[in-house]
Design a protein around this ligand. Structure first.
Ligand code: HEM
Ligand SMILES: [Cu+2]
Length: 494
């Protein structure tokens, strides 16, 4: 009896940390969506916002979305990976604490000291704002980012450690013996393969990010210490590109695990699957120069590599996953609830978003489209309909697993509102790009404004839908608290 309860307690307490991650992540996403609509209202001249404040909102929206989606996606990874290997709960909690501390500093830097240099904090802009913000603001922002990065770095180091312990090496986690034909059969569970990839690319990304953050901080304190701006830009985009991409590679673990549970069919890591993940591991790291196609001082081979391999980057994993998802669902008699619908949608959103991204990664097109709203148009598609769909799907799944999965028509309607209006929102961005509206401009010409206004309306509907998802999850988390108190008494939280 006591054994049964203590295991249950363990499960629930495990879920409590997870729930903190997901609740924080989804609440921040919701709040950032409100900021997103504010930007569109400002660009559409429906509200009057000081341009300086617009760029503060832009900074907080970009930073906050990627950070909170990564936090929630890390929870997805951690949850499923814990089925196969022993991860440190202490590190999992430490990452959360680093995250909260970092967020406080970042928010103070932005809203108290007016830092508005964008999530790219591109050297030397943070230090030289021509009076836009106090240097204290930039220091707080960069230091906050550094703390968030250290937390994630600890988490991925722990993931790598646990994978090496169980599978001998990171190559073991990526199924090299199968890839290189030394063995026949299947590799490690899909969740392990994906987590190995993510820990490799993100440890790389976070080290690059920490390097440029520390260098910039030193430069701000001792201005005579200068950095090569091109090096700084390379480090920044290596970090930004990889870290933002990793969200979907963590979220996709929910696709593998949830679809195989719902269909009662295993998702096996066969050789093509493993080869795809190995390719994406390498490509994700080396294609970031597609963010520097306009930088003529870059070595030409890096630019060409950035373009050529960008086509190949996400594609292998996307193909094996989308194909695998169709196959596993085909004639399986799967039950379509909100969780499985979100998971299936996420494949669709990912595929759809990659198409305009590939278009943009073509140098000739990039020279025209780059820095137009075409770019936010494509990444909102795979972030909003791909990555965050995986996260919301996982939140519904978690409630269901814990016996709190009572969904009703409000959830179903919200799901469809989310899909339709998010798609429309992305469409409005792509249209803005088509009429050459630049991205990241507070002031828009009259020709561009109609798309901003449409986008604002679509965004409001998206927010309403997300309020439903977050409220559901909130209620579930409260029921989890009372369940824990019943079992072990109040004031005795694990
Ligand atoms: C209601 C939903 C959303 C709305 C209305 C919205 C709106 C916006 C707007 C207006 C911009 C600035 C575009 C410009 O350059 O002029 C933007 C940028 C951005 N958004 Fe969103 N967004 C939403 C959801 C999301 C989601 C779900 C994510 C990611 C998880 C995201 C990530 C970003 C990023 C990374 C940027 C770029 C910031 C920069 O250029 O520095 N957004 N968004
Ligand atoms: Cu990129």
């Amino acid at each position: 009896m006591s054994i049964v309860i203590s295991k249950a307690e363990k499960d629930i307490s495990k879920n409590r940390t997870l729930v903190m991650y997901l609740l924080t992540g989804s609440l921040v996403i919701l709040l950032m969506m409100v900021f997103g609509v504010l930007m569109l209202l400002a660009q559409g001249k429906m509200i009057d916002v000081d341009p300086g404040f617009f760029y503060e909102i832009l900074t907080v929206h970009g930073t906050g979305m990627v950070g909170s989606a990564a936090l929630a996606a890390a929870a997805v990874m951690w949850y499923f990976l814990s089925k196969y290997i022993q991860l440190s709960k202490g590190i999992f909690i430490a990452n959360f604490i680093f995250f909260i501390l970092g967020v406080v500093l970042v928010l103070t830097g932005i809203f108290v000291y007016d830092f508005a240099g964008g999530w790219t904090f591109l050297y030397p802009l943070p230090a030289i704002s021509a009076g836009g913000w106090a240097v204290e603001g930039a220091v707080l922002y960069l230091f906050g980012m550094l703390l968030i990065g250290i937390g994630f770095l600890l988490l991925f180091l722990d993931v790598a450690r646990a994978i090496i312990k169980e599978y001998g090496s990171l190559g073991g986690g990526l199924g090299w013996s199968i890839v290189f034909g030394r063995e026949k059969g299947y590799g490690p569970p899909a969740a392990v393969v994906a987590s190995t990839m993510v820990s490799i690319v993100n440890i790389t990304a976070l080290l690059a990010g920490a390097t440029v953050l520390v260098m910039s901080l030193i430069n701000m304190v001792i201005p005579s210490v200068k950095i090569d701006p091109l090096l700084a830009k390379n480090l920044t985009y290596a970090f930004g590109h990889i870290f933002a991409n990793s969200i979907i590679y963590m979220g996709v673990i929910a696709v593998y695990e949830i679809l195989s549970q719902y269909t009662n069919r295993p998702w096996k890591a066969n050789r093509p699957f493993l080869i795809a993940w190995n390719c994406s591991t390498l490509f994700t790291i080396i294609i970031y120069p597609h963010h520097l196609l306009m930088d003529f001082a870059m070595p030409k081979w890096m630019i060409i590599m950035g373009q050529a391999l960008s086509y190949a980057n996400g594609l292998p994993v996307l193909v094996v996953t989308a194909y695998g998802a169709l196959m596993i669902v085909y004639r399986s008699g799967i039950k379509w609830d909100i969780a499985s619908s979100f998971i299936f949608l996420s494949m669709f959103g990912w595929v759809l978003g990659v198409i305009p991204a590939i278009v943009d990664a073509t140098i000739v097109i990039n020279h025209v489209m780059h820095n137009t709203k075409w770019v936010p148009g494509h990444f909102h598609m795979y972030m909003g309909l791909g990555a965050t769909a995986m996260l919301f799907g996982f939140m519904y799944y978690l409630a269901r697993v814990n016996g709190k999965g009572k969904e009703n028509s409000v959830d179903a309607i919200s799901f469809w509102v989310y899909v339709m209006f998010f798609m429309a929102l992305c469409g409005s961005f792509l249209f803005s790009g088509k009429v050459s509206a630049p991205r990241r401009w507070a002031e828009h010409f009259p020709e561009w404004i109609q798309y901003d206004r449409m986008g604002a309306v679509f965004g409001i509907f998206v927010i309403l839908a997300v309020v439903t998802f977050v409220t559901r999850f909130w209620n579930f988390s409260r029921s989890l608290n009372s369940k824990l108190e019943e079992k072990i008494g109040p004031g005795h939280h694990a």
